[in-house]
Design a protein around this ligand. Structure first.
Ligand code: DC
Length: 227
């Protein structure tokens, strides 16, 4: 069987990252968090005072080296694993992701990453999570999931996560920021967050994580047996 690509798209706070990471571990596939890649760019963008002209954005995109290994994320020579998870970087990552020049560079980087891994033979497949994996980055992915959940439930999960980390946050502000980010992600003109026509919809609002995983694994098993 050839290199398998599993695309997991959906809005923030649906539990995509945890699910995608566990799925990849279960299958011994590479896990790629494309949101973290946009967050790295946003983190550096902030340090440059958020320029919006094409040249500055292109330089930023091309000069940002992102490394993800052993649950750590490195941006150029700084370890940014936690730094890129702040509310401010969340907002900026949604803003920077609307620029066509940034999306083009990210598309290229994500495809190259998978090509390198495929050629190296180190993994027999990859689980990529993001917003446009099944629609733009890998429209021919072997299997596509679109994961969604009610905004209130997603905001509550985000609120709990931030509180656990000791951040002082208010639920209403988190919910509003999430709705705003959703609207930006879903309505941008390039690569908006929409389910691919051939994606499998998974609503995690009332599902435990293990149920979601089992559901996805069943679909993936079918893929193997139909080969
Ligand atoms: O998945 P996340 O919340 O960490 O992603 C952060 C932001 O990056 C999100 O608001 C939109 C953007 N993003 C994107 O536009 N395309 C992707 N494939 C992944 C993330």
């Amino acid at each position: 069987m050839s290199f398998i690509i599993i695309a997991i798209d959906g809005p923030s706070g649906v539990g995509k990252s945890t699910i995608a990471r566990k799925l990849a571990a279960e299958l011994s596939y590479l896990y790629v968090d494309t949101g973290a890649m946009f967050r790295c760019l946003a983190w550096r963008w902030q340090q440059l005072d958020c320029p919006e002209d094409d040249d500055a954005l292109r330089n930023l995109g091309l000069q940002t080296r992102i490394k993800m290994a052993s649950n750590q994320i490195w941006c150029n020579s700084t370890e940014v694993t936690e730094l890129i998870r702040s509310e401010q970087v969340s907002t900026l990552s949604s803003q920077i992701s609307k620029f066509p020049v940034i999306r083009d560079i990210m598309k290229q980087k994500q495809r190259e990453l998978i090509e390198d891994v495929r050629n190296s033979g180190s993994f027999s497949g990859a689980v990529l999570e993001g917003r446009d994996i099944g629609t733009v980055i890998f429209p021919n992915a072997d299997i596509k999931f679109f994961v969604d959940a009610d905004p209130e439930i997603r905001a509550q999960r985000r609120f709990d996560q931030l509180r656990q980390k000791g951040e002082e946050v208010e639920f209403d502000i988190i919910l509003e920021a999430l709705r705003e980010r959703d609207a930006k992600d879903r309505n941008r003109s390039i690569a908006p967050l929409v389910p691919a026509e051939d994606s499998i919809l998974v609503d995690t609002s009332n599902m435990e994580e293990q149920q979601v995983l089992n559901n996805m694994l069943q679909h993936i098993c079918l893929l193997y047996t139909s080969d």
